[in-house]
Ligand binder design. Structure first.
Ligand code: G3P
Length: 474
């Protein structure tokens, strides 16, 4: 079968995006549909499953319509750690979606704290409510004992084609898989009280799992992968030490760690980057839980009208204001779900310009801390940071990032890097003779930000930020 156009769906936290690419991997059309996550109270981050489903159909169908060409197959990238309870016979949701930012499963993590080190060694992950297994255990305890409890990808794929699967990268974000075998680890499954659960079959990222007529005529569905890992692939980070950061709802720094898992001594997490041609590749990752959602907070507060205003409003300097945007706890390397955001150093002369500048520098500082850890742990430290995601549209943020990192920041040519990564997995699924190198080719960055600060100045700003971060944890 000759494959011409494919559709890739990037089902994210604040939007579902869809991209149609041609045979050469060039973008023919894009579309997106917004989603509004709900943060009704402290520690809660939920999504409406039907809103998610509708957004997948809306974005996918609109991208196909705009492409004005039939698509031959569809790929799906997912949020990674968000879960729900649902009925396998009907695909009907039996709970809301417990989003990856939700921290109510802290109680499960506290109860299992004696097993944290063993889990870290076997799964590569830190025992934190961010990952899917604590949420699954919490959902069973507090929401519903009916049906199945899985990550959102399994539910979406089941609705699309009837298969009951997840992929190796998504499974590796659960705390339930063995890092070395990439399969379910019975001891971990038992630990979280999930022994009697039906767990989905784990497939490679380059597998076709069924067919769907959700976007037009019946076409194969495959190329399943976590959104962050998909972006790592799209950024052609295929060699150990290659790193990218995606600035979406959160900001996620991932570095390719090669074909053998490494356990981070500093609290970064290790998971499967992708499993292609039967071979897993691994990545080290660090997380900033609130990037665009911190910007959203500033919008909701009336400090700016939209993310597009950041550059116009941000003052030239923060004038001593420091912002730690830990609105949903802190992840690597602090791992404190109870951390809260902090804004300090304000005086009567502080205006919204200084606050927005401090917010931008706060996001960039957290990414810089993570990048320094990655650089220390991999044999080849990154010499540049490839970036993608909506917030890369802010020159203020990208310049702050380069200034704090001391290395160039290269912006991906497409806002849909995640979709392109999923599309690459799908093309590998459709063409058994194709190699990763043939399908994944680096694209020239749309913009490069060179660092402007001296090392001393960057170190001073970072250390001030880290001192503030230390005060956010109870
Ligand atoms: O781990 C959660 C992350 O993958 C969600 O990505 O793009 O929705 O911020 P995004």
């Amino acid at each position: 079968m000759t494959i011409s156009a494919v559709l890739a769906i990037d089902q994210g936290t604040s939007a579902t995006k869809a991209v149609v690419t041609d045979q050469a991997g060039q973008i023919l059309a894009e579309a997106s549909a917004p989603i509004r996550p709900h943060y009704p109270e402290e520690a809660v981050a939920e999504q409406d499953p039907e809103e998610l489903w509708t957004s997948v159909l809306t974005a996918g169908r609109e991208a196909v319509r705009r492409a004005q060409a039939p698509v031959d197959a569809v790929a799906l990238a997912n949020q990674g750690e968000s879960i729900l309870v649902w009925d396998r016979a009907t695909s009907r949701p039996l709970s809301t979606i417990i989003g990856w930012q939700d921290r109510r499963a802290t109680e499960i993590c506290t109860e299992l704290s004696d097993a944290a080190e063993a889990l870290r060694q076997s799964t590569g992950l830190v025992l934190d409510p961010y990952f899917s297994a604590p949420k699954m255990g919490w959902a069973r305890r507090h929401l519903s004992q009916q049906g199945v409890v899985t990550t959102t990808d399994t539910w979406l794929v089941h609705r699309l084609c009837g298969a009951f699967v997840t992929d190796a990268s998504t499974a590796s974000r659960s705390l339930l898989t063995s890092l070395s075998s990439t399969g379910w680890d019975q001891a971990s499954v038992d630990l979280f009280g999930l022994t009697d659960e039906e767990l989905p079959t784990i497939v490679g990222c380059d597998e076709i799992v069924g067919t769907t007529s959700a976007f037009g005529p019946d076409i194969p569905l495959g190329g399943l992968i976590v959104d962050q890992q998909a972006a790592l692939l799209a950024q052609a980070c295929v060699n150990a030490g290659d790193a990218k950061c995606t600035y979406g709802t959160g900001a996620f720094l991932l570095a390719n760690a090669g074909q053998h898992p490494v356990i981070s001594p500093s609290g970064l997490t290790t998971s499967v980057a992708w499993q292609l041609r039967g071979q897993p590749s691994y990545c080290l990752d660090g997380q900033v839980y609130t990037a665009a959602s911190a910007v959203r907070w500033a919008i909701d507060l009336g400090l700016i009208d939209s993310a597009r205003d950041i550059d116009a409003v941000a003052a030239h300097t923060s004038d001593g204001v420091v912002f730690v945007p830990a609105f949903a706890g802190l992840a690597a390397p602090w791992w404190d779900p109870a951390a809260t955001a902090c804004l300090r150093g304000m005086t009567l002369s502080t205006g919204r310009g200084e606050i927005i500048r401090a917010l931008v520098e706060g996001i960039a500082a957290q990414v810089a801390v993570l990048t320094a850890l990655v650089a220390a742990e991999l044999p080849t430290p990154p010499t540049r940071l490839r970036v993608d995601g909506g917030l890369t549209g802010s020159a203020a943020l990208m310049q702050a990032q380069a200034d704090l990192l001391g290395i160039p920041v290269e912006v991906h040519s497409s806002a849909d890097a995640t979709g392109l990564g999923a599309a690459a997995c799908l093309r590998l699924a459709l063409d058994a003779s194709a190699t990763v190198d043939q399908i994944v080719r680096p694209s020239p960055p749309s913009r490069v930000y060179e660092p402007r600060w001296s090392r001393e100045h960057a170190a001073e700003v970072l250390s001030r930020w880290q001192a503030a971060a230390a005060t956010t944890m109870p």
